[in-house]
Ligand binder design. Structure first.
Ligand code: ASP
Length: 342
């Protein structure tokens, strides 16, 4: 089995600066020296790095395309791919890649760590070695997890269902609205019923590389003023907004909020309702306080994560810039398992 390791940076690849004490990305040779076992096992591992390696706070849509392109360029030569990535924005990248790929039929596993690989107590080696094993896991039918997923601290999740929830513990991620695809203990046990099934053949891989960045996230809070809402909704050429609401998708009933939202929707801005709760789904119309959103033309994000919604919106608005109706229709559809409509 052959696995390609794409090293983008992040804590996993970092070393401490002797003078300032701050962590910064190491070069690939330094990284390799910390994990000699990577290149000594049954799985043939090769590595390609980003140059320079980056903290994931510095990644953007161009970086997502770069990662996807690296997979694409080596797609036929490898059985699976592992992307080493900083944990801070890993859920955004994993979500974005799930939308970029068309016809993915090999595993693409994101992982990283909370402590640098060179630190004695580091979680890096376990995460890395298990991710490689998952990327190379095939049975008689083909790859066991032929989708973009994320492995960390014993759990494998669908990438576009994850959120970084912890900056302290090794268990940094959670998939609140979709079960784990696998759990790794002594053995790796796969929850096959939740994994995208392999279609029986490796299809040609397509890449959809256009992202619209004229989007925003508007988080509601008790006491939010018209000025704040206007500052976002009146951004010139704004194309899409993730509206973070309360509970089951609720919002204050101010007339001005309705008017501002309606006005933006009428200008062609796509606005999607995403609850601030991690678990559960938007159900507009369930409470009277969400009726105005419905009337304003805000659409439901169901149980999607903010990371998946934002990247999906950027992807759809980038790929289909002139058809708001189609974009809205696809935002209300599961493209690759990122949402569930009850
Ligand atoms: N700041 C780091 C990053 O996201 C944190 C990490 O890797 O855990 O790149």
């Amino acid at each position: 089995m052959k696995v390609l390791l794409i090293l983008t940076g992040g804590t996993i690849s970092m070393v401490r600066d002797a003078e300032t004490g701050a962590l910064h990305p190491a070069d690939m040779q330094t990284f390799k020296a910390f994990v000699p076992e990577l290149f000594a096992g049954d799985i043939h591992v090769e590595m390609v790095p980003f140059e320079p390696l980056l903290d994931s706070s510095d990644l953007n849509p161009d970086s997502w395309i770069q990662m996807a392109q690296m997979v694409y360029n080596h797609y036929d030569q490898y059985d699976g791919f592992v992307i080493l990535h900083g944990t801070d924005t890993m859920s955004y990248s994993a979500s974005a890649l799930s939308f970029i790929f068309e016809g993915l039929s090999k595993p693409v596993v994101f992982t990283g760590s909370q402590l640098p690989v060179g630190v004695l107590r580091s979680d890096a080696k376990e995460n890395l070695l298990t991710a490689i094993e998952i990327a190379a896991a095939y049975d008689a039918n083909g790859p066991i997890v032929p989708e973009v997923c994320l492995y960390m601290d014993g759990e494998l999740y669908r990438g576009n269902r994850t959120t970084k929830r912890n900056a302290e513990h090794f268990s940094a991620f959670k998939s609140y609205n979709y079960p784990a695809l696998a759990k790794a203990g002594v053995h790796i046990s796969y929850n096959r019923q939740f994994i995208e099934p392999y279609r029986g053949e490796v299809l040609p891989l397509g890449l959809m590389k256009k992202f619209e960045t004229r989007v925003a996230i508007l988080k509601l809070f008790p006491g939010i003023t018209e000025e704040v809402v206007a500052a976002i909704l009146d951004i010139p050429n704004l194309k899409g907004v993730v509206l973070e609401t309360f509970g089951a998708g609720n919002a204050p009933t101010h007339e001005w909020l309705y008017r501002r939202l309606r006005n933006a929707v009428d200008r062609g801005v796509v606005i999607v309702n995403k609850t601030q709760c991690h678990t559960g789904s938007v159900a507009m119309g369930h409470y009277a306080v969400s009726m105005n959103l419905l009337k304003a033309g805000v659409i439901s994000g169901y149980d999607i994560t903010t990371e998946a919604l934002l990247t999906k919106m950027m992807h759809l608005l980038g790929e289909i810039p002139n058809d708001v109706k189609k974009v809205k229709e696809l935002l209300s559809t599961s493209l690759c398992g990122e949402l569930t409509i009850e």
